[in-house]
Design a protein around this ligand. Structure first.
Ligand code: ZN
Length: 411
């Protein structure tokens, strides 16, 4: 299966619409151009022969491909997001195609000195001989997640043209505002009507994600006691100093900058206050809920130590749940990952399951009743000027989608 030309044409077309989402916006979707791209996609889905296409008032684009098998077959959905990250410019994106990558540096812009090198991005070396797409040095590429849009669109078109391929009913959804954490805010899981869904929003070929962090927030409120510094001996409690003491007492090997893979951390994100009062906020993250709770007990114990050290200060520690690892939800339906792995192997690559060090829309969907792991698109270095995607990786991803619907038809 070779879809590279059409995938490239679609990626370029979508990249030209600046669909950066806006964290400051009060509207939904957060930027108008997402609706413009959404409108383009509705037209394209229609001309590809996808049924029941449309865009609702929130900017959710949906469509459906009827089953080619009779009898009971699970309805499967595919999702990608329309917006790109607000972290880098998305205006006037000019994709460049670097054919037949030879393992060295890729000059994205000589003038701006933007050079992609395997020294900083070893993932590139997995793409020897492949065709790589980048932007031109002053913008992101937007392969996150326009590669996903192109992959789903292309695979859908292929499936419509090949009714001999056996599959159940397929649902397609393109969603806005993922990058500002609002992608599924108004998503109607019931109306979408799928039993399981896959987001095509991952990175290099083969990588799949079924786990996110468990996430809590922490707030520590400290009340001090202000006394004139000249006569403060044994009567002053400086809330600011207590807060600083707590921050520095947290172990160094449990910080985001010292952990990777499945290691959890606490990061303090904000400290405000003075002598009278101080407030310290942070985030707690771990893939394992037991480990997350253990870190919280450790932080509470540090606070207890400080209560003894500073008896005049009042220290309150409070944890608040933010989101949970979707892994256990997906694991309840083992066929979801089993069919994905089989589809990837059929495309000639070995699946690599890796935990996401963050949250995803899929995690929110999973807890809304729609288990949603994430599938590779072939891209990397998202949200910046060094973003790239392999056309061969995109091609593999489209092939995986086509294999996947057939795996589900065997169920
Ligand atoms: Zn994305």
């Amino acid at each position: 299966m070779d879809f590279k030309d059409i995938l490239y044409r679609r990626l370029v077309k979508y990249a030209k619409v600046d669909t950066r989402s806006d964290p400051e916006s009060k509207t939904y979707p957060s930027s108008k151009n997402q609706l413009i791209l959404g409108g383009m996609l509705v037209k394209e889905l229609k001309s590809a022969g996808v049924r029941k296409t449309g865009m609702d008032k929130y900017g959710y684009v949906t469509g459906e491909i009827p089953a080619t098998v009779s009898g009971k077959c699970p309805v499967i959905g595919f999702l990608a997001h329309l917006d790109t990250s607000p972290d880098a410019s998305g205006k006037n994106v000019k994709p460049q195609l670097h054919r037949n990558y030879g393992g060295g540096d890729i000059v994205i812009s000589k003038k701006l000195g933007v050079v992609l090198t395997p020294k900083n991005c070893p993932e590139l070396l997995k793409c020897n001989g492949e065709d790589i797409v980048t932007a031109s040095g002053d913008t992101l590429l937007g392969a996150d997640n326009k590669a996903g849009l192109a992959i789903i669109m292309t695979a859908a078109e292929y499936l419509v043209r090949h009714p001999e391929i056996k599959h159940g009913k397929i649902k397609i959804g393109f969603t806005p505002d993922e990058e500002v954490g609002q992608g599924v805010k108004y998503f109607n899981v019931k109306k979408f009507g799928a039993e399981a869904t896959y987001t095509f929003d991952g990175d290099v070929a083969g990588a799949i994600e079924e786990e996110t962090f468990n996430a809590d927030g922490v707030k520590i409120v400290i009340k001090g006691k202000s006394v004139h510094p000249g006569t403060a001996k044994n009567t002053l409690a400086n809330a600011l100093r207590v807060a600083a003491d707590i921050v520095s007492a947290w172990p160094e090997n449990r910080l985001p900058e010292t952990t990777e893979n499945r290691e959890g951390f606490i990061m303090f994100t904000d400290l405000k206050g003075g002598i009278e009062a101080a407030e310290l906020s942070g985030i707690v993250r771990d893939h394992d809920l037991g480990e997350l709770k253990a870190m919280e007990r450790h932080l509470a114990a540090i606070a207890e130590e400080k209560r003894i050290k500073y008896p005049l200060a009042d220290i309150k520690v409070e944890f608040k749940e933010q989101y949970r690892n979707m892994g256990p939800v997906i694991a309840r339906r083992p066929e979801i990952m089993a069919s994905l792995s089989a589809a990837i192997r059929k495309a000639g690559i070995e699946p690599r399951i890796k935990p996401v060090r963050g949250g995803t829309d899929g995690a929110r969907l999973s807890f809304m009743g729609l288990p949603t792991p994430n599938v590779f698109t072939g891209g990397y270095n998202y949200h910046g000027r060094y973003e790239w995607v392999s056309l061969d990786g995109m091609n593999k991803s489209a092939e995986v989608l086509i294999n996947l619907v057939q795996e589900w038809a065997k169920k």
